[in-house]
Design a protein around this ligand. Structure first.
Ligand code: HEC
Length: 112
């Protein structure tokens, strides 16, 4: 899980997130009580031991609520990079790719 996205990618993801997701999950990612928090304990509870690919598929097939799969593949991975950065995973030199096989090989571990 070390350095699997770049800081620049997370910044792009933030821009997309603010546009497409923040209306419900809020700019601090804590959610509005109906839309869940995307950071901290709820994040780990939901995604620990699953892969980044699992998370991406879950997001793409259901979000934004009311318009699933409406973003580009790159926008979705950028948003995932942003979510990882906000959950204190470290940025590195390589961008998170859109390739599903690669994403499924990256397992999200508790305790980061
Ligand atoms: C119109 C409001 C709305 C928007 C916009 C929205 N969400 Fe959600 N989201 C929700 C609600 C409500 C839930 C909880 C119910 C559900 O899972 O469908 C949710 C659930 C989720 C979950 C948990 C899914 C799971 O399988 O546990 C994730 C992750 C998520 N949203 C990410 C995003 C991302 C990323 C975006 C932007 C691309 C986004 N959401 C846009 C309302 C929204």
């Amino acid at each position: 899980m070390d350095g699997i996205f770049t800081a620049e990618q997370a910044e792009r993801g933030q821009a997309a997130y603010d546009r497409e997701c923040a209306q419900c999950h809020l700019e601090d990612l804590l959610g509005d009580g109906i839309a869940p928090s995307l950071i901290g304990a709820p994040f780990h509870f939901r995604w620990s031991e699953l892969s980044v690919g699992d998370m991406l598929v879950a997001i793409r097939t259901t979000m934004p609520q009311g318009a699933p799969a409406s973003l580009s593949p790159r926008a979705y991975v950028d948003i995932v990079a942003y979510m990882l950065s906000r959950n204190d995973f470290p940025a590195g030199d390589m961008e998170l790719p859109t390739d599903q096989d690669v994403l499924e090989s990256i397992i999200i571990q508790e305790g980061q």
